[in-house]
Design a protein. Structure first.
Ligand code: SF4
Length: 503
């Protein structure tokens, strides 16, 4: 009999060695064979006290609006959506409000939002403009296209931040979207020229650029050469799925396996040696078999990291409407979604990927130190662009720009108008109270493990005193606590978003 994993006294893992813990479960049951990944994952799920998780509010329904993290971007390279965590109020701060507390200029991460995409995915919760829609945006008096106007506006917005801070020292740059690779080679060069004119980049700074295979159908070599020339050293490629039916359902049927393989090969040919690939699970029509096939194909390419996102069905998206009309099109049950998560955890661990935070799998720490630091220690994150968001953990400012998917065209026009008039583009934000700052930090850091000493130094109290609910999560087997850290267990990792929301 396999012991109940989530009964508090059962098998527990943590974010740093989940793979080994998972394999320990397998080893107790049967030898590792990749051929029966689905059966093995179901067996692990069967050993989890699912009723307890439901009772404790640790599994979510499908029609949820999630609190904790958003897909890529930034995914960010997986940027945390601390704006939502922080329940931002209606009053907008100004750039001067935010910058006045910084004595030595800005030091941190810069996120740049490029809102142009080939087509709009049906699940898209971001501010994005499809290629086919660009001509609906008027040219300005100088006859400049919406792209050109937007790239110039980015430079003006960044210039305002530089004036307020005095200097912008960048440790990590993330160009996300949208689909940054929908920019042409010349536009990429112009963008980086503007960024380098305003910012000082630390030596060895990680510079990530998001790409989608479909946007590289034309001009791939020129674009990749431009990225290399501009100093990009990390690529994040959105694949989502290789299955034709699934891609059609999310309006990405112009992508697919063959194209992704050819783009991946070209990236290697240009010398990119730090590539992340994004997959999504929970898409319409995506069965366990399809997800297994996606996982194996992506891993077969040998990227340095793989991010697997749980599909979020968000308000005001096409998917939310579809889900309301035809919920049967989506992988229905929580058990199915959790099985997919276990499949990713187990399979990628077998291949030598480490897992931390919860949805991110990476090989070797060397190339991923910057990503880890950001998750564990927190970081200043300044976002520019129509719907970028920012978190200043040192001062406690959390804010976002004006973008809204309810009115993508309107917010784009407003963004350009405002920055051209020398006004900032902040749409919402506020200074968080100390307690809220702790919450926001803990909700993100729990996904990689909260260092108790770091927490004490930053917030002046022990994390266990700040969050007495951790004791209950420990009893349930969701976290494990020792003198050094608070970390998610194997089961805690499966319900990481829900566990984080308890803090
Ligand atoms: S690529 Fe991303 S930003 Fe663009 S439409 Fe799809 S989900 Fe939205």
């Amino acid at each position: 009999m396999v012991e109940k994993i989530a009964n508090g006294g059962g098998l527990q893992g943590n974010a740093a060695n989940l793979g080994r813990q998972g394999n320990a479960v397998f080893n107790a049951m049967q030898p590792l064979e990749t051929g029966n990944l689905i059966a093995r994952s179901k067996k692990i799920l069967g050993s989890i006290d699912f009723e307890m998780l439901s009772r404790e509010g640790l599994v979510r329904g499908r029609d949820y609006r999630l609190l904790c993290s958003r897909p890529t971007q930034a995914e960010t390279g997986g940027e945390p959506n601390t704006m939502q965590e922080a329940s931002i109020g209606p009053k907008s701060p100004t750039i001067a409000d935010i910058a006045q507390s910084a004595k030595d200029g800005y030091n941190g991460v810069l996120y740049v939002h490029i809102p142009f995409c080939e087509t709009i995915c049906t699940f898209c919760p971001y501010d994005a403009i499809s290629k086919g829609d660009e001509h609906n945006y008027s040219k300005n008096n100088s006859g400049e296209s919406i792209r050109r106007q937007y790239l110039k506006a980015l430079g003006k917005e960044l210039g305002m931040w530089k004036s307020a801070y005095g200097s912008l020292n960048i440790r990590q740059l993330y160009i996300g979207g949208g689909t940054p690779s929908s920019l042409g080679a010349d536009e990429i060069r112009r963008l980086f020229g503007m960024l380098r004119a305003h910012c000082e980049f630390e030596e060895g700074a990680e510079i990530t650029f998001e790409i989608s295979p479909a946007s590289l159908r034309k001009g791939m070599d020129e674009k990749l050469a431009a990225l290399k020339e501009c100093g990009v050293n990390r690529i994040s490629m959105g694949v989502q799925s290789f299955d034709k039916g699934v891609l059609k359902a999310i309006a990405r049927s112009n992508s697919g396996e063959e194209l992704a393989r050819s783009v991946f090969g070209a990236l290697r040919g240009f010398g990119f040696d730090n590539i992340n690939i994004d997959l999504i699970y929970g898409l319409p029509g995506q069965t366990l078999e399809i997800f297994e096939s996606d996982l194996k194909k992506v891993a077969g390419l040998g990227p340095e990291s793989i991010t697997t996102y749980h599909l979020r069905i968000e308000e005001d998206t096409e998917f939310m409407e579809l889900y309301k009309r035809q919920p049967e099109l989506f992988p229905q049950s929580n058990p199915t979604m959790l099985t997919m998560k276990i499949m990713a955890t187990e399979y990628l661990a077998e291949l030598g990927y480490s897992q931390s935070p919860t949805d991110w799998f990476y090989k070797g720490l060397g190339k991923h130190v910057a990503q880890h630091e950001k998750w564990q220690n927190g970081s200043e994150l300044l976002g520019i662009g129509v719907s970028a968001y920012s978190t200043m953990e040192k001062s406690g400012w959390y804010f976002g720009n004006i973008g809204s998917i309810k009115d993508r065209a309107g917010s784009m026009r407003e963004y350009i108008t405002r920055v051209n008039e020398g006004r900032d583009a902040i749409g919402q934000g506020r200074l968080l109270a100390k307690e809220e700052q702790m919450e926001s930090y803990a909700r993100r850091a729990i996904k990689t493990g909260i260092c108790r000493q770091f927490f004490r130094e930053r917030y002046g109290k022990d994390v266990l005193d700040a969050f007495p609910q951790i004791a209950h999560l420990e009893e349930l087997g969701i976290v494990e606590v020792d003198g050094e850290s608070v970390r998610l267990t194997y089961v805690g990792n499966l319900v990481a978003e829900e566990a984080a929301a308890k803090l």
